[in-house]
Design a protein around this ligand. Structure first.
Ligand code: G3H
Ligand code: 13P
Ligand code: ZN
Ligand code: NA
Length: 283
């Protein structure tokens, strides 16, 4: 059966490691995430964005992940990534997700607190975990100045107020990472992370982690990051392997010969990530 993200992150807190949260969009990716977690004997979070739900269908995501979790020898949680409305969170909870993210980063602080609290009240009643976001994580395509970037980062004192007024289970923070492929090397604001960590005692979530050097991810984990989100690296591993297979066998018409190598490459990528995050052997 599926477990909550809170349960996995509490253990990670004690053990001083992070649990990988991997985005899924289709069967092969779900299978790859589970296979990698089992091979490394690691707890794992499978997450689906609103876009993934639109693409694959809510019941399909839940069906595939529940089946995978029931058969798996490692604990698995199913999490909504970047839910932007109360209704989306409720739909996922009703469908069987064990964790949801309410991304209120586009709202004012007051509105973010209010909406997070509405989701929390409903989620608490059924034992589902809630992740919130404070600050704006943004995308690598965003063309912004240094000052604009600074303004997007999470304010540590605001984080303290936010957590006190919500009691949310985990907090996604903006410390210089971005969603998508980085142009250069991302610069993480570790001092800010340290200040947030000193004021906020709940597990911290790192978004946009694809393309962040392993050493930086590990430093962030040593400073309290307990959930590391990876999507872009999965897209890259999957698609590059698919393209290689198509290039090598232009006459191939069997989708299994194209998607099989893509699934294998994705397993390899996720196994690497699990080792970096320190959750290997923690299942
Ligand atoms: O945070 C973004 C994740 O990579 C999900 O992306 O909304 O295109 O599925 P998506
Ligand atoms: P990347 O696509 O940059 O790995 O970010 C993933 C993420 O933060 C999902 O919420
Ligand atoms: Zn994200
Ligand atoms: Na990224």
């Amino acid at each position: 059966a599926l477990v909550t993200v809170t349960e996995l992150l509490q253990k990670a807190e004690v053990g001083n490691y992070a649990v990988g949260a991997f985005n899924c969009n289709n069967m092969e990716i779900v299978q790859a995430i589970i296979a990698a977690a089992e091979a490394e004997k690691s707890p794992v979070i499978i997450q689906a964005s609103q876009g993934a739900i639109k693409y694959a269908g809510l019941e399909w995501i839940v069906g595939m992940v529940k089946l995978a979790a029931d058969k798996a020898c490692v604990p698995v949680a199913l999490h909504l990534d970047h839910g932007t409305s109360f209704e989306q969170c409720m739909q996922c909870i009703r469908a069987g997700f064990t964790s949801v993210m309410l991304d209120g980063s586009k709202l004012s602080l007051e509105e973010n607190i209010e909406l997070t609290n509405r989701v929390l009240a409903a989620a608490r009643a059924v034992g589902v975990s809630v992740e919130a976001e404070l600050g704006k994580i943004g995308g690598t395509e965003d063309d912004i100045t240094v000052d604009e970037r600074e303004a997007m980062l999470t304010d540590p004192r605001e984080a303290k107020v936010f957590v006190e007024r919500t009691g949310v289970d985990s907090l996604a923070v903006a410390i210089g990472t971005a969603h998508g492929q980085y142009k250069g090397e991302p610069k993480l604001d570790f001092q800010r992370l340290k200040e947030i960590r000193d004021l906020v005692k709940i597990p911290i979530v790192l978004h946009g982690s694809s393309g962040v050097p392993d050493e930086s991810v590990q430093k962030a984990i040593s400073l309290g990051v307990r959930k590391v989100n990876i999507d872009t690296n999965i897209r890259e591993a999957f698609t590059y392997a698919m393209r290689r297979a198509l290039d090598e066998k232009p006459k191939e018409i069997d989708p299994r010969k194209i998607l099989g190598p893509a699934r294998e490459a994705t397993i390899e990528l996720i196994r690497q990530k699990i080792k970096v995050f320190g959750s290997k052997g923690k299942a």
